[in-house]
Design a binder for this molecule. Structure first.
Ligand code: SF4
Ligand code: SF4
Length: 389
């Protein structure tokens, strides 16, 4: 098929997908940007109609169209509730691809930084960034904490009880940069539950940020590199700790991907593990991608319930978004803050010792608006409560 034939075919299949939207509006009551702005143009069906019009050349690929699509948080709630099963993410990504020349420099820099092999390698070592260069003080604190707990080293980490299987650990650029403790905790929990864990070298960013920024070629290159890394190994599963990356990897079928919480629960780890008591309150936030794409919220709640004495209070609406939305917070900081506000208020009211969330970027975003608690991944909290030995 020639390149022009491929483009025509792609446009046709996109038009078919968009045509499945029957404009029923059932998704509106679940869309955080529509609920905030009460404006049809930032609703799921409004964005679908916009991409249709862009594809057909009825609308100019200008700044207004870019703003409307860039503000989507890609929380995927609309897909989850859509009775017609419209593949919204695919439609939005195509719209953003057509508008990628409008991508602001800040978003380009983030995608470039996280997608380059040299940076991925550098993540394995200490991160040194001048505090003045960082956009927020909690990001500086996160990076400092990472110095105390770096991601697990590449190689094989042996099972520490009767062996049940062998899994690979997907690092992910965001988790490796911001949450070395969660990756280390995943290895410790898996080892204790009887899983040998391999951390293969040569891993790349999952590609989600690049795809959603309108750069499918870069996303495919990153995916191909990860496919090669994991396909070359005999693994029962590949496990990760970031629901944003997980939503991307689980749907592409390159390898059998599992979110760590769901994997531990489904593979019997709850029966194999025990935890020291902890008399504290934890506010449990479920990232939108964990709930809407990976169906992993219940597993995380069950894991935390296994810690004696721990009071777990779920915050927010399941399937809702914290407001960060990939790179959407760069496109519209006011929107991101407004969507985070009710969650931040809930956290302040609860005054928990911990806020647990299965996506480091959500934690970073919420911590900015509701500081005071310790923000961490649920598996970090669990691993801290493992008995010594
Ligand atoms: S995306 Fe789905 S739920 Fe939303 S208007 Fe279209 S058909 Fe209805
Ligand atoms: S992905 Fe989320 S923010 Fe974007 S249109 Fe759908 S519900 Fe709204």
């Amino acid at each position: 098929m020639s390149e022009s034939d491929a483009i025509i075919e792609e446009s046709r299949s996109l038009a078919e997908e968009a045509g499945r939207c029957v404009k029923c509006g059932l998704c509106l009551a679940e869309c955080p940007t529509y609920l905030l702005h009460r404006d049809e143009s930032v609703s799921p069906r409004g964005r679908i109609a916009l991409v249709e019009a862009l594809t057909a050349g009825r609308v100019e690929a200008g700044a207004t169209a870019h703003k409307l699509l860039a503000g989507c948080l890609l929380c995927r709630r609309c897909e989850r509730v859509c009775p017609s099963g419209v593949a919204f993410e695919r439609i939005l990504d195509e719209g953003r691809r057509r508008l990628r020349s409008r991508l602001p420099l800040s978003a380009r820099l983030v995608v470039a930084a996280l997608s380059r092999r040299s940076v991925a390698k550098r993540l394995a070592g200490p991160v040194r960034v001048g505090g003045a260069l960082l956009p927020s003080s909690n990001l500086a604190a996160r990076l400092a904490r990472r110095g105390a707990c770096p991601p697990p080293a590449p190689g094989v980490h042996p099972a520490r009880s009767a062996k049940r299987g062998r899994v690979g650990l997907f690092l992910g650029c965001t988790a490796a940069l911001l949450d070395g403790e969660a990756l280390d905790a995943a290895v410790r929990l898996l080892n204790r539950a009887g899983f040998e864990v391999e951390v293969p070298p040569g891993q790349e960013c999952c590609g989600a940020l690049a795809l959603h920024a309108g750069m499918p070629e870069l996303a495919e290159r990153l995916q191909a590199a990860n496919r090669k890394v994991f396909a070359a190994r005999r693994l029962d599963a590949v496990v990760g700790v970031s629901s944003g990356c997980g939503a991307h990897l689980a749907e592409r079928g390159d390898f059998p991907y599992w979110e760590i919480g769901a994997f531990l629960v489904e593979r019997g780890a709850l029966e194999a593990l025990s935890f020291e008591p902890l008399e504290e309150r934890v506010a449990l936030h479920h990232p939108c991608t964990l709930e809407n794409v990976l169906n992993g919220s219940d597993a995380v709640a069950r894991l935390l319930a296994a810690v004696p004495g721990l009071e777990t209070v779920e915050i927010g609406r399941r399937g809702g978004c914290c407001g960060a939305g990939g790179l959407a917070f760069l496109a519209d900081g006011d929107q991101s803050r407004s969507i985070a506000a009710p969650l931040a208020e809930e956290i302040r009211r609860l005054a928990p010792r911990f806020v647990a969330t299965a996506n480091a970027a959500c934690g970073l975003h919420l911590e900015r608006w509701a500081p005071g608690a310790e923000y961490l991944h649920p598996v970090s909290l669990l691993a801290r409560q493992l008995p010594r030995g």
